[in-house]
Design a protein around this ligand. Structure first.
Ligand SMILES: Cc1cc2nc3c(=O)[nH]c(=O)nc-3n(C[C@H](O)[C@H](O)[C@H](O)COP(=O)(O)OP(=O)(O)OC[C@H]3O[C@@H](n4cnc5c(N)ncnc54)[C@H](O)[C@@H]3O)c2cc1C
Ligand code: SF4
Length: 487
């Protein structure tokens, strides 16, 4: 334990943010890190609980009290070793994770929880700066070949683990750059893309081969894929949800992912023909999740005239709801840095029509307020409230409605089963599909989820592949208590 009285002496501190007026002028990260002394104090707030709920709150089973203690002791290199023993990419989770570990932290019952995510980020950034993160190529190669399809966090974690086990790994990615949603979904201001490239250099030096612009099943025959000894499918859940609403095809109604991807490409100097821009427009973002928040941040950076957000669900409470007590993932209002940059948020509102002019261009949205009728044992029912119809001026509507599941191409061409939610079917903990040498992990298996889950599934799937090929595995696994409570 860091310091017996640490949690009594020191208040929680987090990194701060540059002022809104400055940060909306660019697409770079805008956080201001804490000083080392502050970080060691934050590490000392950890109580080293007899039952560390933070540990089971983390899908990776991160050894949180152990690295908190090392940070308090100033033993940053040891902290980095402990952190990397369960997490291949703490620089991604340290920036982007919603931190279920903090919601499960015991200190959170009476005080602000330990700033675990910030400590994680500080450790990995220090480790990169000091040159402690070095390629670890395997000493012996097994002669087994593995294809990983998809280069998001699940694919990258699976590839690194399998390569370290001595297998020869090739990662196929249909985009022009590696990273999955980390590259082209999440905006540069949330995570600068150099953070991915820095880690990729390590993975390449370890011997992993990356092939971009290869769309398996489309411009790369699955018969070629079948020549590998094992295959890990990490293609994500990329089938976008739309709205069955009149006018949905109007010029000016755009999928959030197209909008976000285009902007990231432009940030990196690529020419995007007819880029969709929010500049000078009345923008309405439909969908109140992470993707919606990213669209709000991007619209403000592009210079939108106004930004409005619609969410069909009720406004969550400002504090942890009594229906989700500690240590569960809380039902609670989330206000992101993008929200703070300027948006009018509306809850319990449904879009009825996208209104266009004679040329088919979007000019307005018609909405109605709604409520949810809850009948025990039945699905919640959406009720429209008569007399609440409203028309909103709008030149650009961004659909940030999430994803319905993975695409079907690979399942069809490889003869794979899917579950009732259309995800690729493989038992949790086994990751093996109905074809024995084909495994699947991340959003493709579990549906739209989180980076931390993708890394966790990629790691665990790698271990199962190793066992399948070699009969045993020395790759690390989280213990059974490493499962998340309530998310
Ligand atoms: C806008 C947005 C913001 C988000 N923000 C956060 C956040 O802040 N925090 C968080 O934890 N999570 C966030 N998420 C969710 C998170 O990004 C995903 O859960 C995570 O990336 C899933 O990882 P994955 O590896 O399973 O799949 P993905 O990251 O989706 O990667 C799948 C990859 O497979 C490739 N692929 C698919 N099919 C083929 C094929 N046939 N051949 C070759 N390549 C193929 C795709 O091109 C893609 O690159 C966000 C998601 C979005 C859309
Ligand atoms: S639950 Fe919180 S206080 Fe307890 S060990 Fe984990 S981080 Fe430390």
């Amino acid at each position: 334990m860091g310091k017996v009285t640490g949690f009594k002496e020191f208040e929680r501190k987090d990194e701060s943010y540059k002022p809104v007026k400055d940060r909306v002028k660019h697409y770079n990260e805008f956080t201001v890190p804490l000083k080392d002394k502050d970080m060691t104090e934050q590490g000392s707030r950890c109580m080293d609980c007899g039952i560390p709920f933070c540990h089971s709150g983390c899908p990776l089973g991160n050894l949180i009290p152990d690295f908190n203690h090392m940070v308090h002791q100033g033993e940053w290199q040891k902290a980095s070793w402990i952190l990397h023993s369960t997490n291949n990419f703490p620089e991604f989770t340290g920036r982007l994770c919603p931190a279920p570990c903090e919601q499960a932290c015991v200190l959170g019952i009476i005080e602000d929880p330990v700033s675990i995510e910030n400590i994680e980020k500080s450790i990995v950034e220090r480790a990169f700066k000091e040159g402690w993160i070095k390629p670890q190529p395997p000493k012996v190669r097994t002669g087994k070949t593995i294809a990983v399809v998809g280069s998001g966090p699940a694919g990258l974690a699976a590839a690194q683990q399998l390569n370290r086990a001595g297998h020869t790994v090739t990662v196929f990615e249909r985009d022009d750059a590696i990273g999955g949603l980390l590259r082209y979904g999440i905006p540069n201001f949330k995570m600068e893309k150099g953070i991915i490239d820095r880690r990729l250099a390590i993975l390449e030096a370890e011997g992993i081969v990356f092939k971009t612009n290869v769309n398996v099943g489309v411009n790369y025959d699955v018969e070629e894929l079948k020549k590998f000894d094992a295959i890990v499918l990490c293609g994500g859940a990329t089938e976008r949800r739309s709205l069955p609403t009149p006018g949905i095809d109007a010029d000016g109604v755009v999928q959030a992912m197209d909008f976000l991807t285009q902007q990231t490409k432009v940030v990196f100097g690529q020419k995007v023909k007819n880029q969709v821009l929010a500049t000078g427009k009345n923008v309405i973002v439909i969908g109140g999740g992470d993707t919606g928040s990213d669209c709000i941040g991007t619209s403000n950076r592009q210079g939108a005239k106004s930004v409005v957000n619609f969410e069909i669900m009720p406004k969550p409470p400002g504090h942890r709801s009594s229906t989700t007590p500690w240590p569960y993932w809380p039902l609670q209002l989330k206000t992101s840095t993008s929200h703070k940059e300027g948006v009018e948020r509306n809850w319990l509102i449904n879009t009825k029509e996208f209104v266009t002019n004679a040329k088919g261009k979007l000019t307005a949205l018609k909405t109605v307020n709604v409520e949810w009728e809850m009948v025990p044992g039945e699905r919640p029912k959406l009720i429209e409230i008569a007399g609440t119809e409203k028309t909103w001026k709008c030149d650009l509507a961004l659909l940030a409605l999430g994803f319905t599941g993975p695409e079907s191409t690979l399942a069809e061409k490889l003869g794979l089963e899917r579950d009732v939610r259309s995800n690729y079917k493989a038992e949790y903990g086994k990751y093996q599909t109905n074809i024995p040498n084909i495994f699947t992990a991340g959003d493709m298996r579990r549906g739209q989820s989180l980076i931390v889950w993708a890394i966790s599934e990629g790691r665990e799937a790698a271990r199962q592949v190793d066992i399948y090929l070699m009969g045993k595995s020395d790759l690390a696994t989280k213990n059974e208590e490493g499962d998340l409570v309530g998310l």
